[in-house]
Design a protein around this ligand. Structure first.
Ligand SMILES: *Cc1c(COP(=O)(O)O)cnc(C)c1O
Length: 384
């Protein structure tokens, strides 16, 4: 008999190497470019620029660093206001605090779980009436699903406020045929360990504005002026990605589309097996969008399902299966207690409901069908 602790762990989303990473790493070693510059860095930027069909990219040490630079480049500073999606990972908003600015959080809508255009409109009108528009808007594409870009962009444009698209979770997704991350003034990606492709840690800034990307590279390397001696006239950061890790990124990018297909297949298997259960709803995919389904997320209606997402998570954990709650909205975090929040509607706070009823299931592109069946069987046993 197999005892519980011996069952192989099924992770939420673990790194999935292609097998070609070592080749690029070896090249970096053979040429001794063990630095935050070199052929892998340049090539990874070019290849990502081609993949996203944008004008350029700057490869960085993390997605958080990319958000920080994007906010800096659009001029966010002390005392400014930045609007940000509430239903997201804290990294979307931390860089707002680094710059001494104040976040205002915007609720989700039901169709994409992302920023509500209704809530954003109200927040913008209030800001305009108060005579202080935000310096930027950080829009997140949760779990791979694009936000309602047409509506959100129209609002940003009508008030002349730049959008920064946090596409950390949506690399490989698209909205009306255009790659996720390419809608705002800047887009950011993450290559952290659990993301759809990984460099173990890393990120990227993309834009149509190549001058601004040049400025990003300058700021990311300590803002060193054009002089033989070390001279600096702006605050810089140490945010470039190493040439070794960029090699990992190049090999990962080669298999990105395969990873998206695998993630979508994982989603489909869950949906086919579980959507018949009364009270179970899966994260929707908005018409004319293509989600990378980075994580399969579903909600359990407390009136119809007898256990809570937390109880289900514990039951899965007892079988060595990792599941997670949906992100706790940032407006509910102690860190942001004092910040303003705009709900979707006065009597409808969507992000809180998604947090209370949501669960993210193991979604690794390297999870076997047998492993997923183990997860599905357990869930059916608990929910039916
Ligand atoms: C992962 C993530 C980030 C941060 O990326 P890092 O590379 O880990 O710094 C930012 N925003 C969202 C929505 C994320 O999921």
């Amino acid at each position: 008999m197999v005892i519980m602790s011996e069952k192989k762990r099924i992770f939420l989303s673990s790194p999935h190497m292609s097998g070609n990473e070592q080749e690029y790493i070896n090249e970096a070693f053979e040429t001794n470019w063990i630095a935050p510059l070199g052929t892998n860095v340049n090539a990874f930027e070019e290849e990502m620029t081609t993949y996203t069909r944008t004008a350029g990219s700057a490869v960085l040490s993390s997605g958080t660093a990319a958000i920080h630079l994007a906010l800096d480049l659009v001029g966010v500073g002390q005392g400014d206001v930045v609007f940000c999606s509430s239903l997201t990972f804290v990294a979307s908003a931390n860089p707002i605090l680094y710059l001494g600015a104040e976040p205002v959080f915007i609720d989700s809508e039901e169709e994409t779980w992302n920023m509500s255009p209704d809530a954003l409109s109200r927040a913008m009108e209030d800001a305009q009436a108060a005579g202080k528009l935000p310096k930027a808007i950080v829009v997140v594409n949760l779990y791979g699903q694009s936000a309602k870009m047409d509506e959100l962009m129209a609002i940003c444009n009508s008030f002349g406020v730049p959008m920064i698209e946090d596409a950390a979770e949506s690399l490989g997704s698209s909205y009306k045929g255009k790659k996720s991350g390419t809608f705002g003034k800047f887009g950011i990606y993450s290559f952290n360990g659990n993301k759809i492709i990984t460099t173990s840690g890393g990120g990227m800034l993309i834009s149509e504005d190549v001058d601004e990307l040049g400025r990003a590279r300058f700021l990311a390397t300590q803002a060193r002026d054009q002089a033989k001696h070390y001279q600096h006239s702006a605050v810089g950061y140490n945010y470039r990605m190493s040439n070794i890790l960029a090699g990992v990124g190049r090999a990962q990018l080669e298999v990105l589309d395969d990873r998206v297909e695998a993630k979508r297949a994982v989603f489909t298997r869950y949906q086919e097996a579980l959507s018949g259960i009364d009270g179970v709803m899966f994260m929707p995919e908005l018409e004319d969008t293509y989600s990378n389904r980075w994580l399969t997320a579903m909600t359990l209606d407390p009136d119809k399902v007898r256990i809570t997402p937390y109880a289900l998570m514990d039951l899965l954990e007892a079988e060595n299966i990792e599941a997670r709650p949906v992100w706790k909205p940032l407006h509910m975090q102690p860190l942001f207690e004092a910040c303003k929040f705009y709900p979707h509607a006065e009597d409808n706070v969507v992000s809180e409901r998604l947090f209370e009823t949501g669960i993210c299931l193991p979604s690794g592109s390297n999870m076997t069908v047998e492993e997923q069946e183990r997860v599905i069987e357990l869930i059916i046993k608990e929910l039916k």
